[in-house]
Design a protein around this ligand. Structure first.
Ligand SMILES: [Cu+2]
Length: 94
């Protein structure tokens, strides 16, 4: 199973002080074994970095994608290392 999401700028945000949003919502719930693909739909470069270090994308320009397969159940927080106010959570159910 593959779930695709996007990073996009919240239209209501203030530059650099507002929130960026994971395109599918701040929390994504998937089953174990799901591959999640992030696509950068913003004009700024972004990354996807797990809080526990379990995955780390390279710098992603506009249109770049990064995929990670969540094989174990748990709650995985992630941030953009360039813009730490961009964050989200993937909840993996068994
Ligand atoms: Cu960013």
């Amino acid at each position: 199973m593959t779930v695709t999401g996007t990073w996009k700028l919240d239209p209501g945000c203030v530059p650099c002080g507002g929130s960026f949003r994971f395109g599918m919502g701040l929390t994504l719930t998937v089953g174990a074994g799901t591959s999640v693909t992030w696509t950068n739909r913003d004009e700024e470069p972004h990354t996807v970095v797990a809080g526990d270090g379990s995955f780390h994308s390279p710098g992603m320009g506009t249109g770049a994608t990064f995929s990670h397969t969540f094989s174990t159940a748990g709650t995985f927080d992630y941030v953009c290392s360039i813009h730490p106010m961009m964050h989200g959570t993937v909840v993996v159910t068994g």
